[in-house]
Write a protein that binds this ligand. Sequence first.
Ligand code: BDP
Length: 661
Amino acid sequence: EDGHQLWLRHTAAKQVKVVSPRKSPVLTIAVQEIKNGWLGKDGAELKFDFVKDGSVTDDGFRLEGNKIAAKTDLGILYGSYELLRRQYLGKSDQNYASNPSYSRRILNHWDNLDGSVERGYAGASIFWRQGDSSLQLSEADIALYKEYARANASIGINGTVLNNVNASAKILTIAYLQKVQAIATVLRPYGLKVYLSVNFSSPVTVGKLKTADPLVPAVRHWWAAKAKEIYSLIPDFGGFLVKANSEGQPGPQNFGRTHVDGANMMADALSPFGGIVMWRAFVYQPSNEDRTKQAYNEFLKFDGKFKKNVIIQIKNGPLDFQPREPFSPLFGAMIKTPVMPEFQITQEYLGWSNHLVFLSTLWEECLQSDTYRNGKGSTVAACTDGTMDKRTFSAIAGVSNIGLERNWTGHIFAQANWYAFGRLAWDNKLKSEDIADEWIRQTFLSPTEKKMERTFVKPIKEMMMQSREVAVDYMMPLGLHHIFAEGHHYGPAPWFSNKAIRADWTSVYYHNADLLGVGFNRSSTGSNAVEQYHEPLRSTFNSLESCPEEYLLWFHHVPWTYKLKNGNDLWTALCYRYDSGLQRVRAFQRIWDSTKGLIDDERFRSVQSKLKIQSRDAQVWKDACLLYFQQFSKREIPYDLERPIYELDTLKKLTKSKDYE
Ligand code: BDP
């Protein structure tokens, strides 16, 4: 048992007859799946029913008795997976209907064409590799892509960007496009559309033009011709994802043009074929302006100026996938332009594939955050899924955590993050607890299993539900952020500062610790980032008294002696948080060990050894941060807490070393 089967373990099915009024590659898969996984009445007859009524939209479906009703073939496929899931989980309801929250539910692979994966911790790329045969699909590739597509379809994901946002222009050469075509052919029957990240300089690098200026006719023609070429190979191609003028990537600003000029040029090229442009808002310059304010400042002025097939892709927080950030204010600010959330499934800032961190609660927190755009109830979910504005399409993206490792994601529990992303993209009102419950049962239990409720399901679910908060506590509690080691972003380095690089790539820029206190002042007396939020949030965040404690050091530079709600001063509270994070990881180890023998040994041991790493890392985080900040607070760690076991100097060396990564 190596985890390769993920949450898809329907076997030993009973007999069922499936009646479909028509045939298609998608429906053939639906029939097969039902036959392989049917756990309903033996000998039953199940009908696919194509309906026109308004209660099912897009690729939604209705399960009613012995019928799956949908408008489209894909609706039937998604309905089939839901039906099987409900049977597996022992849910016996007769009627159930569901429509997707977002019309485009997309994985972003940060896969480079040489086979490496940016911020990937589960082996090499499944799509790209070096070597002569690299552009041909082998039998093994095809088999793997089918499994990949099936896993995605089972949770409703319907799009995938095959290459890194730091994009090589080579992807647009014919040899690569033919490989993309071959991949698209395998993914298509599972409803998965392919998209590509494109490099803004492509007209120069591959097209041999002198410029990539979006207002130069030859450049516009080049993109239009490229789009035409792509659609001649892949008629249902999804569109482009673009990282422009960000972290050294080229973009329209290189030519004195704007994001609107760049995005609209690509939109014009794609629109004859129905393609879309996902233009990323992740931009910041080495200026004196607070980095967290820059995307908003750059994009808000263009609201309403983008073509209809452009959508702005915004990371959940205004900084960069930190363990905790407030939501990006852009979600509540762009009104006339569609915006979409970008979540990071791969755990760049959350312990890679070594730490057990269930990210569903992080995403749920973001989706349910109220932007107050149109008063109370204007959640990020509502601002992005079309609830608040009529939209021709809506979208959500997750940066994938999968690679060639046998279990796909490196950590068995990281599979739950892939799963949760798909489930939330389908239904952004789902509760993380229910998602965890479903995932645990499908991944570890046999169908409708009841015996392991108390011994396994309950404790493991509790562990998952706590895990993100626990990681926040041992890494960056109370609103601390970006105090990671340079470059690899794995361990702590609150001491990291370097005059030779831009300030907002160092840790001290973000925590500002001094003898008085710690934290980034983003209130009206500081960078005034709070002004980007609507009232009443602006005032809530702005005042130290009303600012939620989990965002305290995000918005304020707070005295060490400042009293928190529970009566502890800031220094003491920080000590308790770091220690609690560590102690709770140790508790995870005990919980996991207590399940020995309940599941297969292979997965048991794999998770057990990952938890050992996490436990050691949590100790490193606690010691590093407390010993470092103690130099400023000049206070003792409360005596009822375990003492640090490392020297600060040792940790400074450790987090730099390759062994540690
Ligand atoms: C940061 C990553 C970097 C990505 C960048 C992005 O460190 O590798 O290229 O985000 O999203 O989090 O473009």
